[in-house]
Design a protein around this ligand. Structure first.
Ligand SMILES: NC(=O)C1=CN([C@@H]2O[C@H](COP(=O)(O)OP(=O)(O)OC[C@H]3O[C@@H](n4cnc5c(N)ncnc54)[C@H](O)[C@@H]3O)[C@@H](O)[C@H]2O)C=CC1
Ligand SMILES: O=C(O)[C@@H]1CCC=N1
Length: 267
C-alpha cells in the first residue's frame, strides 16, 4: 500500500510523520507533494518519505491520497489531479468545510473519507473525526482509522454534519484554549509577574487541571466546586464569568466555527 500526502503544511507533514511510524507502512510507501519550491527544499531534507513536486510522478502510484491543502486551493488541485486518478484509489481529505459531494465531483473518486483533525496531532495527541462513503470497505475504513490514529485518537461519525460540528469543537478548539491561556498570561503580567513566570503559572495550571480531569470520572462542574470555597476567591472569579455570560460566549464562538465550516462547504 502506498500513501500520498498532498500539501505539506501543518497538517500534511504531521500525518506524513505520524504514518511513518505506522506498522502498515514503511518509508518507501509514503510520498509527499507540495507545490511550493521553498517547502520542497525542506521536504528533501526529510528521510521518512519521498518528496514530489509533480502530481504525474506520484498520483498514479498512490492507493490512498491525503489532501491537506487549504480549502481555497482545493478547486485548482481537483482540476489538476482528476485526469490522473483511477476508481480504485481513495481520497482522504482533512480540508475544513469541503464536502464529500465536492470531493467526489472534483476528483471523480467514489471512495472518499472526510476527516477533521486538530493541531495536537503534531505531538501524537490529536483528535480526528471522520466519515467514509459507502464505497469504502470495512477493511479500508480500518486501514484509514489506523493511519489517522498514528497522530492520536479518532472517532467515526454518523453524518457529515458532525464533521462540521467537530470542526467547531475539536478542530478549531485548540485555538480557544490558547485564547484562554493568552488572557490569563496577560492578567498575570498585569499583576506584576515576569513573562516567564506568567507563562509557567498558566501552562502548568492548564496541564495540571486537564490531567486531574483525565484521571477522574468527575465532570468539569464537580471539579470547579472542588476548587471553589464558599465565599472565596474562585467563586468571585466564576461569578464574574457568569455575570459576563462567558459560558454563552464560548458556545457562541464554537457555533461560529461550526457555521463557518458549513458555509465553506457551500462555496
Ligand atoms: N491547522 C489546523 O489546525 C487544521 C487544519 N485543517 C485543514 O488542513 C488543511 C491544511 O491546513 P494547514 O496544514 O494548516 O495549511 P498550510 O498552509 O500549513 O499547508 C498547506 C500546504 O499546501 C500546499 N499547497 C497548496 N496548494 C497546493 C497544491 N495545489 N498542490 C500541492 N500543495 C499545495 C502549500 O504550499 C502548503 O505547504 C486545511 O484545509 C485546513 O482546513 C484541519 C484541521 C486543523
Ligand atoms: O481554521 C480552520 O479553518 C482550520 C480548520 C480547523 C482548524 N483550522
Amino acid at each position: 500500500m502506498k500513501v500520498l500526502v498532498i500539501g505539506a503544511g501543518n497538517m500534511g507533514l504531521t500525518y506524513a510523520e505520524g504514518m511513518s511510524k505506522s506498522k502498515r507502512l514503511n518509508n518507501e510507501n509514503i510520498m509527499v507533494l507540495d507545490k511550493s519550491d521553498e517547502k520542497l527544499k525542506e521536504l528533501n531534507e526529510i528521510s521518512y518519505f519521498d518528496a514530489y513536486k509533480e502530481l504525474g510522478d506520484c498520483v498514479p502510484k498512490a492507493d490512498i491520497i491525503f489532501i491537506a491543502v487549504k480549502p481555497y486551493h482545493s478547486e485548482s488541485l481537483f482540476e489538476e489531479i482528476k485526469p490522473l486518478l483511477n476508481s480504485n484509489q481513495m481520497a482522504v481529505s482533512v480540508m475544513a468545510g469541503v464536502t464529500i459531494e465536492t470531493i467526489k465531483a472534483g476528483t471523480g473518486l467514489s471512495k472518499v473519507v472526510r476527516a477533521m483533525p486538530n493541531l495536537p496531532a503534531q505531538i501524537g495527541q490529536g483528535l480526528t473525526s471522520f466519515i467514509a462513503t459507502s464505497d469504502v470497505s470495512k477493511e479500508e475504513v480500518a486501514t484509514v482509522e489506523d493511519l489517522l490514529n498514528t497522530t492520536g485518537k479518532s472517532i467515526q461519525v454518523e453524518s457529515e454534519r458532525f464533521i462540521d460540528a467537530s470542526t467547531g469543537i475539536s478542530g478549531s478548539g485548540p485555538a480557544y484554549v490558547f485564547y484562554f491561556m493568552q488572557s490569563m498570561m496577560e492578567a498575570a503580567e498585569k499583576m506584576g509577574f515576569s513573562k516567564n513566570d506568567a507563562t509557567l503559572l498558566v501552562s502548568q495550571t492548564f496541564k495540571g487541571a486537564v490531567e486531574l480531569f483525565n484521571q477522574s470520572d468527575l465532570t468539569p462542574q464537580s471539579w470547579m466546586e472542588r476548587v471553589a470555597s464558599k465565599g472565596g476567591t474562585t467563586q468571585a472569579a466564576l461569578d464574574s464569568m457568569d455575570n459576563n455570560k462567558v459560558n454563552a460566549l464560548i458556545q457562541e464562538a464554537a457555533y461560529a466555527a461550526f457555521n463557518r465550516a458549513v458555509e465553506l462547504g457551500k462555496q
